[in-house]
Design a protein around this ligand. Structure first.
Ligand SMILES: Cc1cc2nc3c(=O)[nH]c(=O)nc-3n(C[C@H](O)[C@H](O)[C@H](O)COP(=O)(O)O)c2cc1C
Length: 318
């Protein structure tokens, strides 16, 4: 089947928004797409075993997206290749542009199940999962997001192995599993992965990930390590406009209006299914670095719905 590989059509360098559980839902992706759109977006990770069980209806909202968020990639995780095959078929039907396999999450509960970053030490199963997904994907490009080892750095073995799997892209968070996010990212290892890819004459794109806080910082890494692009995660919390490519500062009013827009969309989208406390985790993204910010944030943390947030915010603008 002809590969419809949107990755190869993207203008380089590529700036991607990282998948983040309980952060990059359809609502936050929409807000970000409206104010400064990344070149490619990812869903939160979604479990294949759950998607292929009676619990599917509970998980499907994690795969919601709007046209404006495209190109959009569904990120999945699990252990059973058969479930990856069926889930890839489902993702194709849902209209996604690509599928990403999570082989990097360091969470103990997923590792115990042999999933995500545990696959770095189980290349045989990793290969079966990649193959099953590629077969089920019917031409949709498949990528892998991973780390550079579990306890020790094994870039050549692990990334070398991944490069041989005919993937559209590999996104490399430059730390081992053991390192979590506690040490500086090993960018030189990501650069080494690019050299490996070049030596192997592979078409697989390589995106680096870890600690990037601005487009300028991303551009510097791209140049230094000859990357196809970078992925930015937590940098979005410091600056939701990070992907807008301009250095313009945004006024307090603009930030507050964006907070209201986000809270309202969160409420209309998730009113019946998500606890309002999840929204509260975003307040500090919009309310920081100005006089009275911490007082306002403290008050906002006591709210229980959009009208209460709106009243406090409007009062503070007046
Ligand atoms: C709150 C949170 C949730 C995350 N959830 C996911 C996830 O669902 N899938 C995934 O591959 N990585 C996940 N990550 C890891 C990020 O995608 C990214 O690799 C990591 O934060 C390092 O990049 P950064 O320094 O730019 O944030 C998560 C990170 C955070 C902070």
């Amino acid at each position: 089947m002809q590969m419809v590989n949107f990755w190869q059509k993207l203008k380089k360098p590529i700036f991607a928004l990282a998948p983040m559980d309980e952060v990059t839902d359809v609502v936050f992706r929409q807000i970000i797409s409206e104010i400064g759109k990344p070149d490619v977006l990812f869903t939160e990770f979604v479990n294949c075993e759950g998607l292929q069980s009676a619990g599917q209806t509970k998980l499907l909202p994690r795969l919601d997206f709007t046209k404006q968020q495209r190109p959009i990639i569904a990120q999945i995780w699990g252990i059973n290749p058969e479930n990856f095959y069926k889930t890839a078929q489902l993702i194709k039907q849902l209209g996604f542009d690509g599928i990403d396999l999570n082989m990097g999450c360091p969470d103990k509960t997923v590792i115990k199940r042999g999933a995500c970053s545990a696959l770095i030490e189980n290349p045989q199963l990793a290969q079966q999962i990649i193959l099953a997904t590629q077969q089920g994907a019917q031409g949709l490009p498949v990528s892998v997001k991973t780390r550079i080892g579990v306890k020790n750095i094994i870039t050549e073995d692990w990334i070398g192995f991944l490069i041989r799997q005919n993937l559209a892209a590999i996104i490399i968070h430059g730390r081992t599993v053991k390192e979590m996010s506690k040490v500086p990212c090993h960018w030189e290892e990501i650069g080494r992965a690019v050299q490996l890819r070049n030596n192997m004459k592979s078409q697989t794109l390589i995106l680096g990930n870890g600690d990037i806080k601005s487009i300028a910082e991303g551009e510097a890494k791209i140049t230094e390590y000859s990357l196809d692009g970078v992925m930015i995660g937590r940098g979005i919390f410091q600056n939701p406009w990070i992907f807008s490519h301009n250095q313009q500062t945004h006024s307090v009013e603009e930030r507050l209006e964006l907070l209201l827009r986000h809270t309202q969309l969160f409420t209309t989208t998730w009113e019946k299914s998500k606890n309002f406390n999840i929204m509260k985790k975003f307040f500090k993204v919009y309310i920081n670095g100005f006089t009275g910010a911490s007082e306002l944030r403290e008050k906002l943390m006591q709210t229980i719905n959009f009208p209460e947030v709106e009243k406090l915010v409007r009062d503070s603008i007046c």
